[in-house]
Design a protein around this ligand. Structure first.
Ligand SMILES: NC(=O)c1ccc[n+]([C@@H]2O[C@H](COP(=O)([O-])OP(=O)(O)OC[C@H]3O[C@@H](n4cnc5c(N)ncnc54)[C@H](O)[C@@H]3O)[C@@H](O)[C@H]2O)c1
Length: 292
């Protein structure tokens, strides 16, 4: 792989959109794919709205937005990613969904193309193993919201080559982000630390130690966190939080990582946080309202 110019993004949810957004602004051509075709256009509309906000804050110019939006095209099928030099997968946090995608992608992409996953917790080595190019496979874990957050965790699978790693280093520089290198263990660095804290906040609510507001204010005003842990959980997506806790629990085989039953119940109810309009807060009005 000489130079990466065209980037495919799989999953037009909150992370896929954010990744497409920052790569388009950095001058790459983007092909945005989702299994649900309606989500692709919704994703492009979200990116448009988010770039408008950046213009109003003076972070980008109208011209930069036009150039970036022109660089994003809808990719209705996986086959439409065939000319991409790099594909970044940001589909649902489920190992079987991701493995199936990577098996299919291997047959579609040029032999030189790189594959990255934005997984929050799943083994990079296990995902790489289902592809035909484990040496060209890497974890690139962007943070939410991608246009705002400076960090990208880079996780090498056991077979990831030095050349692939060097491509990632250059890409991250071009995106003007900072890299943290993590070994391939469940949850990597950020979620190994962050997610048990969020899970504990949910236990604190479940056991009646405090209300949603008391817990979030406690951590905001008492520990100087910019956002309370329950609000952050809603923002990440409660399905994603549960999936990460399950990976930590099973992968590290330690009961201290068991997901809180209240988190399980919320996911069963379809209360997935901000993206579905309800989680620990209700988002149907102008301002989020705590539900417990
Ligand atoms: N939410 C966060 O804060 C966060 C942060 C870092 C990493 N991540 C990771 O990013 C990934 C995506 O998370 P998200 O928050 O954007 O989720 P999301 O629910 O907002 O979006 C997921 C998207 O993937 C699509 N999808 C599902 N199966 C697919 C398939 N087979 N092919 C193509 N598209 C498919 C869905 O239709 C949906 O649009 C997950 O692996 C998650 O762990 C999330």
């Amino acid at each position: 792989m000489e130079e990466i110019t065209t980037v495919g993004v799989i999953g037009a949810g909150q992370m896929g959109n954010g990744i497409a957004h920052v790569f388009a602004l950095a001058g790459f051509k983007i092909c945005l794919h989702d299994v649900d075709e309606g989500r692709i256009q919704a994703g492009i509309d979200d990116i448009d709205g988010n770039m408008e906000r950046q213009i109003s804050r003076g972070h980008i110019t109208e011209d930069e937005k036009t150039r970036a939006m022109d660089a994003i095209t809808a990719a209705p099928t996986l086959e439409s990613l065939k000319d991409c030099d790099l594909v970044i997968e940001a589909a649902t946090e489920n190992i079987e969904v991701k493995k199936e995608l990577f098996r299919k992608l291997s047959a579609i992409l040029k032999p030189d193309s790189l594959i990255a996953t934005n997984t929050s917790s799943i083994s990079i080595t296990a995902l790489a193993a289902v592809t035909d190019r484990p040496e060209k496979f890497v974890g690139l874990h962007f943070m939410n919201p991608v246009p705002v957050m400076k960090l990208v965790e880079v996780i090498r699978g056991i077979a990831t080559s030095n050349a692939t790693f060097e491509h990632c280093r250059k890409l991250i520089e071009r995106l003007e982000k900072k890299m943290a290198v993590s070994e391939d263990f469940p949850g990597f660095i950020v979620n190994r630390i962050l997610m048990p804290m969020i899970n504990e906040a949910i236990y604190t609510l479940y056991e009646g130690v405090g209300t949603v507001e008391a817990i979030d204010n406690g951590m905001r005003l008492g520990a100087n966190h910019p956002m309370g842990p329950l609000r952050l959980a809603d923002f990440i997506g409660l399905d994603t939080c549960l999936a990460i806790m399950q990976v930590l629990y099973e992968g590290l085989a330690d009961s201290k990582y068991r997901p809180c039953p209240l988190l399980v119940k919320y996911v069963e109810a379809g209360w997935l946080g901000k993206k579905t309009g309800r989680g620990f807060y209700d988002y149907s009005g102008d301002e989020p309202v705590a539900t417990r």
